[in-house]
Design a protein around this ligand. Structure first.
Ligand code: SF4
Length: 380
């Protein structure tokens, strides 16, 4: 069974650090986009579709009004069978949720809320240009619960300019006090051409020292493991059984459809891409053009390399059987040399069924992938 990703590219305003495909639009433009989304569902699934998991991401899906969410929910019901769907997540910007909207999300099928909290500290929210005040997250979680969305996940950031270890501990504590079953903790990155990066370049903000960032990475892992949410992916932590099923599809290189502007999907080793601009997307879909862009099927070694790239992010690692299924040859045949070196350096572990990174390896994941990939290229 394949999964389904739906992209909502609209936001209340643009955050200082953001380079995602997202922007500000008026209601008429959003209504037109939602009509295009439904048309894409009809074109893509003429006989209906029962997704394994659904994830609505953005942008800010909760930038839509409650009425627009009802429209989206009705479109989903017309084209999808959600009776066997294991998980239906929507990203939620806490400042944009209302009780009515929370009800509309639940009616559309959402059973898991992923809150983009980033920090519980008002100073950092302001610095990141987030469109809500500290304390808003608490009210938003209550609204979601009240509407019947009981699975709560939160995204937080660390390595923020001026953030200290006690400050980070306070954020972890606050997240846990909200009864969250899943947490994503990402280090702030300075993407090209964002306002925050320009502030960094002009010396207005100071980056977090590398050593402190590493200490924060370890601190988050330790605190959450003690609280019963062990790390299961480099940046993700969950109570056992509450791991994000949809994201596991990506990390294990499963199959999914991507619907909406900028969305991409992977089916039978072929990546499908929609154009990033929502106006270009709406124009094309209105003319009945689908698929919008199809990339060449990934050759076996490239597919296996992508599996390593994604799967080694998981603490459980990559299943050797799946690697062989994609590469056409075993991990031992293709990667024995570099793997032996990485194992000796304490960065990689190999058993009969899986290859996985050690804790030290997780910190130098890019280096590990490059080394394993170079071994594969030499054998290609
Ligand atoms: S809400 Fe999310 S997608 Fe929108 S601008 Fe902020 S970080 Fe980017």
């Amino acid at each position: 069974m394949a999964s389904l990703y739906i992209h909502i590219p609209f936001c209340v305003r643009k955050c200082e650090y953001c380079d995602f495909v997202s922007g500000v639009a008026g209601e008429a433009e959003i209504d037109r986009y939602l009509a295009a989304l439904e048309r894409e569902l009809a074109l893509r699934f003429p006989d209906g579709f029962a997704p394994d998991t659904v994830f609505v991401g953005g942008g800010t899906p909760t930038r839509l009004t409650a009425g627009q969410w009802r429209t989206l929910g009705a479109a989903l019901r017309r084209h999808l069978d959600l009776s066997t769907c294991r998980e239906f997540t929507s990203e939620i910007n806490p400042g944009t949720l209302t009780p009515d909207k929370a009800d509309a999300l639940r009616q559309a099928g959402v059973d898991r809320a992923s809150f983009g909290v980033q920090s519980f500290d008002a100073r950092f929210l302001k610095g990141l240009g987030r469109a809500y005040e500290a304390g808003t997250a608490t009210a938003a979680v209550e609204m979601a619960r009240h509407a019947g969305i009981t699975r709560i996940s939160m995204d937080l950031m660390f390595a923020l300019p001026g953030q200290t270890l006690p400050g980070l501990r306070a954020d972890v504590q606050a997240a846990l006090e909200h009864g969250t079953e899943h947490l994503s903790f990402y280090a702030l990155t300075y993407e090209d051409d964002t306002p925050l990066t320009r502030q960094l370049q002009s010396g207005e903000v100071q980056p977090c020292p590398e050593e402190l960032e590493r200490e924060m990475f370890d601190t988050v892992g330790t605190l959450l493991a003690q609280a019963g949410l062990p790390r299961y992916e480099v940046s993700n932590f969950a109570r056992p059984g509450a791991e994000c099923a949809h994201n596991l599809v990506y990390w294990q290189l499963g199959e999914w459809h991507g619907v909406g502007a900028a969305a991409h999907g992977l089916l039978d080793g072929v990546i499908h891409r929609n154009p990033p601009d929502w106006k270009v997307y709406s124009d094309a879909i209105e003319q009945g053009r689908l698929p919008l862009r199809l990339e060449n099927a990934m050759p076996p070694h490239e597919r296996a390399e992508t599996l390593l790239l994604m799967g080694l992010r998981l603490t459980r690692g990559v299943e050797l059987r799946r690697f062989r299924q994609f590469a056409g040859e075993s991990f031992h045949t293709l990667c024995a040399g570099p793997a032996a070196d990485l194992i000796e350096r304490g960065l990689l572990e190999l058993n009969e069924t899986h290859v996985r990174c050690t804790h030290a390896g997780m910190l130098v994941l890019d280096e590990i992938i490059v080394q394993l990939a170079s071994g594969m290229k030499a054998k290609a």
